[in-house]
Design a protein. Structure first.
Length: 343
């Protein structure tokens, strides 16, 4: 059974209530020892609510002048005017009613306009400051959730496009093997089935173990060796400093390997495909190189796979990957660096 706890103060009203309670406690922190009766406490609570009501008026009616209309001078003038108005009101009310039997009243200087003005100003800064911090937090979280949802929708769309793309390429590989080794077709179908099972079951996950992903890539390369190994030099090397302790987005490496075999072996001439993957201190370094034949047959390519993989890298590994693709008349190179997650 899994317990799910609601994050503390996620609701706006919970946050507002917390500000109210915290502000009151902070305002009266040094005066609790003077509480002698419930009437005195209620008078002190009433005094604080006047201060809180003043802060809320500023927040609702005056603060938008500064934030939306960008008129700081007007905001300051209106704020000082509102404080002055409440100073007179609070002075009269507190002197005639609130301070009677109230634990907040300890000295005669509290019955002055200057004291009321300073109290209103101080509580305004504290309450508004706390509220603005929480407003900024809510806005940032809302924007982050919006971006996350958008990225998830986009990522799902990319995966939905990539699935048939991978199936198309794998079926072409199986077709090529069946022409050269018809007696091994049934065996190859089983190997392709295992690849497709991994693609279906693991492809929709956010992350998979690096060990499983490398095993999938190794199986795919072995399948390509069956198809073109007789006329193409194929090298695959993998090194990892901490086997099985890393996670990676599934199917994010295979596109570059697919392209290397598709374009690098599209000839009857001698060709090569070199794939090297190293994991050092949490970073994956992959280099894929393939020959560029001088005379090659026409290759049908929609370039969907490469485009989608670029976009997936931007979404899943923002500022945590580097992709460099270079080519000339003889060679095509892909250099990819990814900061992996550790389990």
């Amino acid at each position: 059974m899994k317990w799910r706890f609601k994050p503390i103060l996620e609701n706006k009203w919970e946050q507002e209530t917390a500000i109210l309670v915290f502000s009151f406690i902070l305002f009266t922190l040094n005066d609790w020892v003077f509480i002698q009766s419930w009437k005195g406490f209620s008078n002190g609570l009433l005094y604080f609510f006047v201060l809180y009501f003043h802060a809320q008026l500023n927040r609702v009616f005056l603060l938008p002048v500064l934030l939306k209309k960008h008129q700081p001078v007007l905001y300051i003038i209106l704020t000082v005017g509102l404080i002055a108005l409440f100073t007179v009101f609070l002075y009269q009310v507190s002197t005639d009613f609130i301070y009677k039997n109230c634990f907040l009243y300890k000295s005669s200087h509290q019955k002055t306009y200057q004291f009321q003005f300073a109290t209103l100003s101080g509580t305004l800064v504290c309450i508004l400051g706390t509220m603005q911090i929480l407003e900024h937090y809510r806005a940032q979280k809302k924007e982050a959730n919006k971006v996350l949802l958008s990225n998830q929708v986009q990522l799902n769309a990319l995966k939905n496009q990539f699935n048939p793309h991978f199936l198309f390429n794998t079926m072409n590989t199986l077709y090529g093997i069946s022409l050269r080794y018809p007696e091994r077709t049934s065996e190859m179908i089983m190997e392709v089935s295992q690849l497709m099972r991994y693609q279906v079951e693991q492809g929709n996950k956010e992350f998979v173990t690096l060990e499983n992903e490398i095993a999938f890539i190794s199986s795919y390369i072995q399948l390509e060796k069956e198809r073109v190994g007789y006329r193409c030099r194929i090298d695959f090397d993998y090194e990892c400093d901490q086997e099985g302790r890393y996670e990676i987005a599934p199917m994010v490496l295979i596109t570059f390997i697919e392209n290397a075999f598709k374009h690098g072996t599209a000839t009857i001439e001698k060709c090569f495909v070199n794939i090297a993957v190293k994991v050092i201190k949490g970073k994956l370094y992959m280099k894929v190189s393939n020959s560029v034949p001088q005379h090659k047959k026409e290759v049908v390519s929609t370039k969907i796979g490469l485009k989608n993989t670029r976009e997936r890298l931007e979404i899943v590994y923002p500022k945590k990957h580097q992709l460099e693709i270079t080519h000339n008349d003889q060679e095509y190179n892909v250099n990819l660096v990814i900061e992996l997650r550790q389990t």
